[in-house]
Design a protein around this ligand. Structure first.
Ligand code: DAH
Length: 344
């Protein structure tokens, strides 16, 4: 039996020498090592061996199988390598062919402007606060000195969810939330960007949802001149070094005194043009000294501390900065409009 096995080995290795194709290799694999192959055939005859012979012959069978398999694997690898090389040679790549251009997005102009505003105030030492868009009547109105029957509530048509819960109409409620969370500590210096909601019909200058940035400073000896200096600094950074501002007396229930702020028209430099309707000035925000009642509701003693606040619409600032005539451009996602801001 041993001789038979040795002969088998010789025969297999000899035929492997001449193999030139994977298919032929596969055939030999079946012929010698397969279920009905020559080696299996020999194994079947092992039943007739004596107990002493069996392990000896078993060992020989294993050796023969290992020898044949080793050569077969070697051949197999060789064929595979050959196949790969052939493919690599055939499939040459034209590296000079220009790649396909993938369209890339850009930062939305509203986000860009909001970020710019945030950066300016962060540079002045402010931090960024946030508050909920679904707000209580208390924070949106009452704590801002607007009791239930106050006529100034009509200034902001409100989406009510229940009698006490609403979509915030302004970012001003974050003023009181921040003061309460500060537990009487000073100074407070925050801005709060966020979405606000009003029951307005959409048109070129109105939207039921838009973005505001609120500012609040509370501390000892905070004065109107601090407010004015801060806003002038902001205007210069946002609209250009030559910008000037002016404060016009106004009314907001949560500030006293209150003012509206105009900046010199960036389009005409203040000479008067279509954009500023010939006045040379553009209104950019509302502001004032925090009303003593609001300080009280925030947990501060109005005899000890004072503060100023301001609030601006991001859409409006973006319209003025880029000379856009309709805020609906910001929401309709026409890429021809949006892509203009890609590299600005
Ligand atoms: N919340 C006001 C509005 O939406 C804007 C505003 C005005 C905010 C004066 C302020 C402020 O903080 O002091 O019309």
């Amino acid at each position: 039996m041993k001789e038979r096995l040795e002969a088998l080995r010789e025969e297999a290795l000899a035929s492997l020498q001449h193999v030139e194709h994977v298919n032929a290799l596969q055939e030999l694999r079946v012929k010698y090592l397969g279920k009905k192959g020559a080696l299996t055939e020999v194994l079947r005859g092992m039943g007739s061996l004596s107990a002493e012979e069996r392990p000896v012959i078993g060992q020989v069978v294993n050796d023969v199988r290992a020898a044949i398999e080793a050569v077969m694997d070697e051949k197999q690898n060789f064929f595979q390598q050959e196949e790969t090389n052939k493919r690599l040679n055939e499939e040459t790549i034209d590296v000079s062919l220009p790649g396909r251009c993938l369209p890339t997005g850009s930062i939305h102009p509203l986000n860009k402007v909001a970020q710019e505003i945030e950066d300016i105030f962060i540079g002045l030492g402010y931090s960024v606060a946030e508050g909920p868009e679904v707000e209580t009547d208390y924070y949106n109105f009452e704590a801002l000195n607007l009791p239930k029957d106050h006529p100034a509530r009509d200034m902001q048509d409100t989406f009510y969810i229940t009698e006490e819960i609403l979509m915030r109409t302004q970012t001003s409620p974050v003023q009181v939330r921040t003061m309460q969370a500060s537990h009487g500590e000073t100074p407070i210096r925050i801005i709060c960007p966020g979405k606000v909601y009003r029951r307005d019909d959409d048109d070129a200058t109105h939207s039921f949802q838009f973005n505001q940035i609120e500012g609040l400073v509370v501390g000892k000896n905070i004065r109107m001149s601090d407010l004015k200096g801060t806003l002038l600094q902001f205007a210069k950074q946002m609209f250009g070094e030559n910008s000037q501002i002016r404060l016009r007396p106004s009314f907001f229930p949560f500030t006293e005194p209150s003012a509206e702020v105009d900046v010199t028209c960036a389009q005409c430099g203040g000479c008067g043009c279509r954009m500023c309707k010939g006045t040379g000035w553009l209104e950019i925000l509302g502001c004032g000294m925090v009303h003593p009642r609001v300080l009280e509701m925030g947990g501060y003693d109005p005899n000890e501390v004072t503060g100023f606040a301001f609030g601006m619409g991001v859409e409006r600032i973006a319209l003025l900065k880029y000379g856009i005539d309709d805020i609906r451009h910001f929401y309709t996602n026409d890429t021809r409009f949006l892509s203009q801001f890609a590299r600005m």
